[in-house]
Design a protein. Structure first.
Length: 51
């Protein structure tokens, strides 16, 4: 019984770690994407302003 309980806790912990990791990766990708789009918009605005 104790082994199963311990194994279950480890399994839950691993599952939570995976979820947290995926969320962190997703947030980072979203931030990098939005920053990239923002930089592109600024670059286009500058190019239009210089013309």
């Amino acid at each position: 019984m104790v082994r199963l309980a311990a194994r279950g806790r480890v399994g839950n912990f691993r599952g939570e770690a995976v979820v947290v990791g995926l969320v962190a990766i997703g947030l980072r990708a979203l931030i990098e994407f939005s920053l990239g789009v923002g930089a592109e918009v600024v670059a286009r605005a500058r190019a239009i302003g210089e013309e």
